[in-house]
Design a protein around this ligand. Structure first.
Ligand code: TMP
Length: 210
């Protein structure tokens, strides 16, 4: 089973993915927590290029192709082998992020994205996608707090530096995807305490995974 975690910056999805892995392990469900970009060692190098705030001149097509390259490597090296060995995979962002960030927010031709995904994914689709939703201002406030606390202002914040309008397009884009695919998407209110978000997530997953 493939479960993906999506949301705007500062939505808390990575924290919830970790908590879910620990919870699944207590139920003796064998799982793997991974992420995009950066789920492989080649992917980590791609991630560095993609998120470097100095790369303000990266063109939208280069950006798209780098996310696709990261995904192709991730699928071949980790996701497909682990899925076929029966593991539950928790993936912190997957292809919906490309549809929303590059397609909707960056306005790269959606037909190009679809064509590349046909090649890269070979039909693979997440079984469940958890969308952690909260207002953009709140998400960005949390994201910058974390970036400053980790002293990585110079390292991985190219997207956090995008305009509020960009992030609003991302949020709306995700909500539209969720509306159009209600069997796969579960929208969780992320504008509440970590504990309450976790409780909501577990309520949803206990019905499906256990
Ligand atoms: P993260 O901070 O959740 O690890 O994600 C890194 C950034 O990459 C985040 O700002 C969203 C962006 N992103 C895309 O633009 N397209 C994609 O396909 C993926 C996976 C992430």
């Amino acid at each position: 089973m493939l479960i993906t975690f999506e949301g705007i910056e500062g939505s808390g999805k990575s924290t919830q993915a970790k908590l879910l892995m620990e919870w699944l392990q207590t139920k003796n469900i064998s799982c793997l927590l991974t992420r995009e970009p950066g789920g492989t060692s080649i992917g980590q190098q791609i991630r560095r290029i993609l998120l470097d705030p100095n790369h303000t001149n990266i063109c939208p097509l280069t950006e798209l192709l780098l996310y696709m390259a990261d995904r192709a490597q991730h699928l071949s090296e980790r996701i497909l082998p682990e899925l076929s060995s029966g593991k539950t995979i928790l993936c912190d962002r997957f292809y919906d992020a490309t549809t929303v960030y590059q397609g909707i927010a960056r306005q790269v031709d959606m037909a190009v994205i679809k064509k590349l995904h046909t090649i890269v994914l070979s039909g693979l689709k997440p079984d469940i996608t958890l969308l952690f939703d909260l207002p953009v201002e709140e998400g960005l406030k949390r994201a910058w707090k974390r970036i400053t606390a980790n002293h990585n202002e110079q390292q991985e914040n190219r997207f956090e530096k995008e305009s509020i309008a960009f992030h609003e397009r991302v949020r709306e884009g995700y909500l539209t995807l969720a509306q159009n695919d209600p069997n796969r998407f579960f929208v969780i209110n992320a504008n509440q305490s970590e504990e309450n978000v976790f409780e909501d997530m577990v309520k949803i997953l206990s019905r499906i995974v256990l």
